[in-house]
Write a protein that binds this ligand. Structure first.
Ligand code: 5GP
Length: 191
């Protein structure tokens, strides 16, 4: 059986990775499985533990680091986020295409650790910095201080594109999602 793809979708905070990911995941022909991350951040109102994230304490996150359980992990605006390693491998060995939606530092860790021709990475780029700011503000889930931190980080992150296979502009969610779907399909056809 062909090993499943490892698909990385990354890009600045607020670019709309979540929306694009959900649009891509609607395509059942791709046989995608979303890798649920672990985080120490507070759960937002509409989020569900075990669906959106595994919400854990700092101590539990640290235990997972100490036990080498993460494929990658990173600090992001005061909280930690990580990808459970075993689950990703298990699914890929079952031929499933595993989808990671992670921030840039973590994506760079994976890309420098795994040299695998069954991996494909996408950097999702906002059409402009203003568009990024509008999206972050529209979400209305964070305080002004956190918004400013995320914006500063986003600005810096918009230049960190060099290690990715593809840069995709999120001008329209459906269009960006379709571009990624087509590239995943093409990659999956290759031996
Ligand atoms: P949020 O707090 O908005 O859900 O996520 C903040 C950032 O962390 C987003 O850019 C999101 O893609 C990223 N993220 C989510 N899960 C992981 C993960 O497991 N590892 C890393 N490195 N980043 C993650």
């Amino acid at each position: 059986m062909k090993k499943g793809l490892l698909i990385i979708l990354s890009g600045p905070s607020g670019v709309g990775k979540g929306c694009v990911r959900q649009e891509i995941m609607k395509n059942d022909k791709l046989e995608l499985v979303y890798s649920i991350s672990m985080t120490t951040r507070e759960k937002r109102e509409k989020e569900v533990d075990g669906r959106d994230y595994y919400f854990v304490s700092d101590e539990e996150f640290q235990r997972n680091i100490d036990n080498g359980n993460f494929l990658e992990w990173a600090n992001f605006v005061g909280h930690r986020y990580g990808t459970p390693k075993d689950k990703v491998e298990q699914l890929r060995n079952q031929g499933k295409n595993v989808f990671l939606e992670i921030e840039i530092n973590g994506a760079n860790q994976v890309m420098s650790k795994i040299h695998d021709d069954r991996m494909i990475s996408f950097f999702l780029m906002p059409p402009s910095f203003q568009a990024l700011e509008n999206r972050i503000r529209k979400r209305k889930t964070e305080s002004e201080e956190i918004i400013q931190e995320r914006l500063q980080k986003g600005l810096k992150e918009m230049t960190m594109t060099e290690n990715y296979d593809y840069i995709v502009i999120n001008d329209k969610v459906q269009r960006a999602a379709q571009e990624i779907i087509d590239l995943i399909k093409a990659k999956n056809k290759k031996r």
